[in-house]
Write a protein that binds this ligand. Structure first.
Ligand SMILES: *Cc1c(COP(=O)(O)O)cnc(C)c1O
Length: 394
C-alpha cells in the first residue's frame, strides 16, 4: 500500500508553490496586445517593479526567459570583451554566471570559497585593496546560492566597495530569494539586480527581471557585448509593449505577475513577507538542528547568520539521500530537492514564496516519518521543535 494520494507537495527550491489566484489570473484568452488592458498592465508592471528590488532610482527590465536569460541580459548590456570581472564564489550559481560572461569574451577571476560559508569579506576586501589600477570592472555575486543555501552579506560586500571608493559595477543575482531574504538595492549600493519569476515571486517560470542603477545605465553606453534580443535600447523608452519585450509580450505571465504583486501588497508589503519567511525558515532550521547527529543529518551552512530564509541544504551523513527522497515521494507524495553542486550527499528543502505553516510542518513531518521508516539516526523530533517554533507566532 502507498499513502501517496492527492496533490503532491513539492518542496523544492523553485519553481515554488504557485498561488491559485496567480494560476487563475493566467487562465484567459488572448487579448488585443496593441491597446487596452494588456498595454496598461504591462506599463503598470514597469511602475511597480522597482519597489520589489527596493529601488527608486533603478530601472526595471523584463525578459521572456528563465533566470539564465536575465543573467545574459545583465552581462550583455553592461560589459565588454576583455573586461576583467571578479566572481565571488559561494556555491554553484555565481561561477555559472561568470562562465556565461566568459563565453562572451569577458575575463573572469574567481574568489574561491569552501561551499559551506558565505563570501569571505576579508579576502574580498584584500582583493579590492590590491586593485590599485581599478581593473575590476564588475563584481558578480549571489544573494542566496540555491545549491549550498548560503546567504551572502550583500550590504557588507557593497560597503567594502564603497569604503575603497572602488568603481566596479556591483551585480547581484537574487534569483533564488528575491521576496524571501531581505534585499535593499539602493541602500546597499547595488548596480544590477537579477531575478526570475518562479521562486520567491510566485509566478511560473518564463519571466526574467533585471534592475539597473544609474551607474549600470551609464555602463550600457560603452558595453560592446550588446546583442539583438536582450538589448536595452528599445526596452528603455518603449513606445509600445512590443518594444518593452522585443516582440510579443508574455501575456499570461503579466496577469500572473500583477496578481502576485497584489498578494505581496495585501500581506503588508515586502517587510511582512520577509518576516513570514524568517519565521517559517526558523521552524525548518529548528527541525534540522534537532534531527542533527554526527552520523546523520546536518546543516551545510554552519554559520546561522549565513543561512537563507528561502532554501536549506541538508547534508545526510550515513543516510542515503536518494532513498530518503525516493521513499518520501513514492510513499507519501512529498517531493524534496536533490543535492546539487559539490557539497556531497545532501537533499534540499525549498521554503520560498507562497508558503504557510501547514506546508512547512507537512514537509518536515513527512521527512521525519521517512527517517523513522529508514531507521535513520535522529537527535530528536524535529517536528516537535518546528511546531514549538511556529507556536510562538500563533
Ligand atoms: C534558480 C537560480 C538560477 C537559475 O535560474 P533559471 O530560471 O533556472 O535559469 C540562477 N541563480 C540562482 C541563485 C538560482 O537560484
Amino acid at each position: 500500500m502507498s499513502l501517496r494520494y492527492g496533490r503532491e507537495m513539492v518542496s523544492i527550491p523553485g519553481p515554488s508553490t504557485m498561488p491559485d489566484r496567480v494560476l487563475s489570473a493566467m487562465n484567459r484568452a488572448m487579448p488585443n496586445i496593441y491597446e487596452g488592458e494588456l498595454v496598461d498592465l504591462a506599463f503598470e508592471m514597469v511602475e511597480r517593479l522597482p519597489s520589489v528590488a527596493r529601488t527608486t532610482t533603478g530601472k526595471p527590465f523584463m525578459i521572456i526567459s528563465n533566470g539564465h536569460g536575465a543573467w545574459q541580459m545583465a552581462i550583455n548590456n553592461t560589459l565588454s570583451r576583455g573586461d576583467h570581472v571578479l566572481v565571488l564564489e559561494s556555491g554553484r550559481f555565481a561561477p555559472a554566471w561568470g562562465a556565461m560572461a566568459a563565453k562572451g569574451g569577458v575575463e573572469v577571476e574567481t574568489l574561491p570559497c569552501d561551499l559551506r560559508s558565505a563570501v569571505d569579506l576579508d579576502a574580498f576586501a584584500a582583493r579590492v585593496e590590491q586593485d590599485r589600477e581599478r581593473q575590476l570592472k564588475a563584481i558578480l555575486v549571489v544573494l542566496t546560492d540555491t545549491a549550498t543555501s548560503v546567504m551572502n552579506d550583500i550590504e557588507a560586500i557593497g560597503k567594502v566597495l564603497r569604503d575603497a571608493d572602488h568603481p566596479a559595477l556591483f551585480m547581484v543575482d537574487c534569483i533564488a530569494s528575491l521576496g524571501c531574504d531581505v534585499f535593499e538595492m539602493d541602500a546597499w549600493g547595488v548596480d544590477i539586480t537579477v531575478a526570475g519569476s518562479q521562486k520567491g515571486l510566485m509566478v511560473p517560470p518564463g519571466l526574467g527581471f533585471v534592475w539597473a542603477s544609474p551607474r549600470a545605465l551609464a555602463a550600457y553606453e560603452s558595453a560592446d557585448l550588446k546583442d539583438g534580443y536582450t538589448d536595452w535600447a528599445p526596452r528603455m523608452k518603449p513606445n509600445a509593449v512590443y518594444e518593452l519585450f522585443a516582440g510579443t509580450p508574455p501575456i499570461q505571465h503579466l496577469f500572473g505577475l500583477r496578481e502576485a504583486l497584489d498578494i505581496i501588497d495585501e500581506e503588508g508589503g515586502l517587510d511582512a513577507v520577509w518576516a513570514r519567511h524568517a519565521a517559517l525558515a526558523g521552524a525548518i532550521h529548528a527541525a534540522i538542528d534537532t534531527w542533527s547527529t554526527d552520523d546523520g543529518l546536518s546543516f551545510n551552512i554552519t554559520d546561522t547568520a549565513a543561512r537563507s530564509n528561502a532554501v536549506t541544504a541538508v547534508l545526510t551523513g550515513s543516510i542515503d539521500p536518494v532513498e530518503l527522497r525516493g521513499r518520501a515521494q513514492e510513499g507519501a507524495g512529498l517531493v524534496l530537492g536533490l543535492g546539487i553542486g559539490e557539497i556531497g550527499e545532501a537533499f534540499r528543502i525549498g521554503h520560498m514564496g507562497h508558503l504557510n505553516p501547514p506546508h512547512v510542518l507537512g514537509t518536515l513531518g513527512t521527512i521525519e516519518a521517512t527517517l523513522q521508516a529508514m531507521d535513520a539516526p535522529m537527535g530528536g523530533s524535529g517536528v516537535a521543535a518546528a511546531a514549538a517554533h511556529i507556536g510562538r507566532f500563533l
